[in-house]
Design a protein around this ligand. Structure first.
Ligand code: FES
Length: 111
């Protein structure tokens, strides 16, 4: 698929962010796929997008290492992989992704 914001991709891969599952475009950086799932808020983060500010740090496990400790990496550097589990987010990422990560409100009962 072609969208100037994303590197060309043919399919979506499944990742989890803080335990929630998302389908995101393969061949893109993790920070870019955060923008895919939250296009309204990621552009407001103070991200440099070029591995200098360190505001995009995440802790993650790559597929095939389910028991390993989360690895600290930069979301603007790491290319997303099917099965990636992201379990730690920098404060800037928590703030920009808050809307998609908060638990769903229970539906109010009929009165
Ligand atoms: S966005 Fe600045 S280091 Fe990743």
């Amino acid at each position: 698929m072609s969208d100037p914001l994303y590197r060309d991709y043919e399919r979506l891969v499944e990742i989890t962010i803080m335990g929630k599952a998302f389908k995101v475009p393969e061949k893109n950086t993790v920070l870019r796929v955060f923008q895919y799932v939250s296009p309204e808020t990621i552009p407001y983060g103070r991200f440099c997008w070029n591995q200098e500010c360190q505001l995009c740090k995440i802790g993650c496990r790559t597929p095939g290492q389910p028991d390993a400790r989360p690895r600290q990496v930069l979301a603007c550097k790491l290319i997303v992989a099917d099965g990636l589990e992201i379990s730690e987010l920098s404060d800037e990422l928590k703030w920009t992704l808050a809307g998609i990560l908060k638990p769903a409100e229970p539906r109010p009962p009929y009165e």
